[in-house]
Design a protein around this ligand. Structure first.
Ligand code: ADP
Ligand code: MG
Length: 298
């Protein structure tokens, strides 16, 4: 393609909300045969909400949510925001959003949070957070978790003073059109993979709903980048689509990194292409533009 064609291609992209940072990115995109999608905020809307609470102990819900919110209000995680939002429903208006004091707050990346509230040790997070703290998970609790995950929801466990007391079911709906985008990519001979820090049950349920066969769950940020490199070593041209800080290493490692516009600044900076409208259809817009610019038959 001529420099003019590349300029036109990037210009058309920009006018459609697909920001392409340079000719190399535009050129590589049509060669992609494999796309890794992050789950939360990329395939899903990224605005999780608590849809169910199961108490495993006899406890007043208001008290339960005060302890949980006091710990989670210190976390930036979207799940934490969903939990705090939900906890407000159990308070009187005049109580506002001032929560009990949390001491020794600790955020454990990819697992959850820990704090001391009203002299009690509160843990909120996934199963491995509980396992790492030697908190036993009853068969009942396992059942609740399995059911939650089969509904494509994330189960968050709460322990107070080393005893499992409740499970929150959190739902983050798929973006509209996600299924169609994946099946259209398939027809273009592009293989889709989902990678997430969330658990296997939820990840598998989401992947099934959307028509993706390959799933990598419980992935740390470095795992995401490793997966990119592994696919490249096998001869694939790999794109990564993500929105989070934890996607940045993979966005950089990929042949083409695509960031969701509504994502974190760090992801947007790490990417070669920014999808300003934050929708998944624009992954196809980008491939189309690249094809039109670089594979024109003359
Ligand atoms: P993702 O790749 O889906 O954005 P993360 O690596 O951020 O996932 O988190 C992985 C898992 O760790 C979450 O699905 C959740 O179970 C747990 N987790 C992380 N942070 C928190 C938190 N603040 N509160 C509760 N659970 C959390
Ligand atoms: Mg994400």
């Amino acid at each position: 393609a001529t420099p003019t064609a590349v300029m036109v291609g990037t210009g058309v992209g920009a006018s459609q909300g697909v920001l392409i940072k340079g000719g190399q990115a535009l050129e590589s995109t049509h060669k992609v045969n494999c796309i890794i999608f992050d789950k939360t905020g990329t395939l899903t809307v990224g605005k999780p909400v608590v849809v169910n609470t199961r108490l495993l102990k006899n406890m007043v819900l208001k008290e339960f949510f005060e302890l949980v919110a006091a710990a989670e209000v210190n976390s930036e995680h979207p799940l934490a925001k969903a939990i705090v939002e939900h906890a407000k429903k159990f308070r009187q208006e005049e109580e506002g959003s001032v929560w009990p004091e949390a001491l020794n707050f600790e955020s454990i990346t990819g697992h959850g949070v820990k704090a001391v509230v009203r002299n009690k040790e509160v843990l909120v997070g996934n199963k491995s957070l509980m396992v790492d703290h030697d908190i036993s998970i009853s068969l009942d609790a396992e059942d609740v978790l399995a059911e939650t995950e089969s509904l494509a929801q994330t189960g968050i466990l709460v322990s107070i003073d080393r005893e499992l007391v409740g499970i929150l079911a959190i739902s983050d709906p798929l973006k509209p059109g996600a299924r169609e985008v994946i099946s259209f990519l398939k027809s273009m001979r592009v293989n889709s993979i989902v990678v997430t820090g969330d658990n296997w049950g939820t990840a598998n349920a989401i992947a099934k709903e959307i028509g993706i066969d390959t799933v990598i769950a419980e992935a740390k940020p470095e795992h995401k980048a490793e997966k990119v490199k592994e696919l490249q070593a096998a001869g694939n041209i790999v794109a990564m689509v993500g929105d989070g800080i934890n996607d940045s290493p993979a966005l950089v490692a990929a042949d083409v990194g695509l960031a969701i516009g509504a994502g974190t600044d760090i992801a947007v900076e790490a990417a070669d292409i920014v999808l300003m409208k934050s929708n998944l259809e624009d992954v196809i817009t980008a491939i189309d533009l690249s094809r039109k610019t670089f594979t024109r038959i003359r």
